[in-house]
Design a protein around this ligand. Structure first.
Ligand code: NAD
Ligand code: TDX
Length: 336
């Protein structure tokens, strides 16, 4: 495979590149990334000398450049991670979310068609399905109706629809994964877990939005990588929901686990202003992926939370330069 990985300098994309190059010594990977505030080539230090790896700086909205790269490197497969990914930023400024997540995806789809790409995989989110009630057993599955509620999730929903439209209308071979909240190494400290961990390392409190009774489904990033790998290896091209091993754990409970790891009490939680339109609960039924791909998550939350904390403690060189900028965002939102 000659894979074009867009957004490969971000959190999940960089973990995926390392995963693929380690597992498949014959695959070639081109990382196409604009290097926005979220793109960081330091994530890829372990692979930058690998002869099967190339980095090309570029924007997925730039059709000419995308087409050139696909042609030059003889790309056969595309995995699209490139996106604006943070809900709070989408509330402050939605435009770039439409440009990158919607228009950028359409540019990639057009280029994929033009060059006869064998498989276009689109990385998406469970947030496209909206919000589940707190006191219910209900989970998202592949038949759940789309109901995005933030500019971020609306832009991802639009991109999913375009991907399916290119399959139905033009016969482009596509697949989509809608995935839970990821955690692990190289996550920008703007996101809840990485923000909370780096705050605690700095002797600062965990900022908790609203009443903290917001439920997320947590997936260790390597399990996300193995899921996308399983989809790429599979002949059937369809949509899969990918979730983790947590069972309705809310943000307060996640914070309590962190405080236990750090040996601190609950006075280290600071309640701050809630996020507008905050989705109450996500829960994922990943049984289709298990049945059709033989995939399941392997990393349990408690063990890998401890290891993730250790990674941030051991790799302050990586997150320290990003922390100041990410906290500036919360000065603007008033959530510090
Ligand atoms: P991230 O914000 O860490 O990284 C995004 C990457 O895309 C960065 O390297 C950035 O430079 C690049 N990028 C942004 N705009 C670009 C453009 N116009 N052209 C080229 N590159 C561009 O994001 P992430 O958390 O790694 O998420 C990756 C993908 O997975 C996204 O599509 C996101 O919607 C999806 N997703 C994320 C999560 C999660 O928990 N983080 C969960 C489900 C799905
Ligand atoms: O400081 C915080 N305090 C807090 O209570 C932050 C940053 C968040 N939160 C809450 C909001 C959410 O309920 O924690 C939860 C997780 O927030 P985020 O880390 O911002 O993630 P979320 O909004 O759930 O979206 C994430 O998962 C789905 C990713 O950012 C998306 O890219 C992905 O699609």
């Amino acid at each position: 495979m000659n894979i074009l990985i867009t957004g490969g300098a971000g959190f999940i994309g960089s973990n995926f590149i390392s995963y693929i190059l380690n597992k498949y010594p014959k695959y070639k990977v081109v990382n196409y990334d604009k290097l926005t505030y979220a793109g960081n080539l330091d994530n890829l230090r372990d692979v930058e000398l690998n002869s099967n790896y190339r980095f090309v700086k570029g924007d997925i909205v730039d059709s000419k450049r995308v087409n050139e790269v696909i042609k030059t490197f003889g790309i056969t497969h595309i995995v699209n991670f490139a996106a604006e990914s943070h809900v709070d930023r989408s509330i402050l400024g939605p435009q770039v979310f439409i440009d990158t997540n919607v228009v950028g995806t359409q540019v990639l789809l057009d280029a994929a068609l033009k060059h006869g790409i064998k498989h276009f995989h689109h990385v998406s989110t469970d947030e496209v399905f909206g919000s589940l009630p707190l006191d219910s057993e209900e989970k998202f599955n592949e038949d759940t109706r789309y109901d995005p509620r933030s500019p971020y999730s609306a832009s991802k929903a639009a991109s999913d629809h375009l991907v399916r439209a290119y399959s139905e209308t033009y016969g482009l071979p596509v697949s989509i994964t809608n995935t839970a909240n990821n955690f692990g190494p190289y996550q920008n400290p703007e996101k809840f877990l990485s923000r909370a961990i780096t705050n605690l390392i700095d002797g600062k409190k965990i900022p908790m939005y609203g009443d903290g009774k917001y439920v997320r489904d947590w997936l260790y990033v390597e399990d996300h990588c193995s899921a996308i790998d399983a989809v790429l290896q599979n002949k059937k091209k369809t949509t899969y929901l990918i979730g983790g091993l947590t069972n309705d754990i809310n943000n307060l409970e996640v914070a309590q686990k962190l405080l236990e790891i750090f040996g601190k009490d609950e006075s280290w939680i600071k309640f701050v202003k809630d996020r507008p339109g905050h989705d109450r609960r996500y829960a994922i039924d990943w049984s289709k992926a298990k049945k059709e791909l033989g995939w399941k998550p392997k990393h349990n939350f408690d063990t890998w939370l401890v290891r993730t904390v250790k990674w941030y403690k051991d790799n302050e060189w990586w997150w320290r330069p990003l922390k100041e900028e990410s906290e500036k965002l919360y000065e603007k939102t008033g959530q510090k």
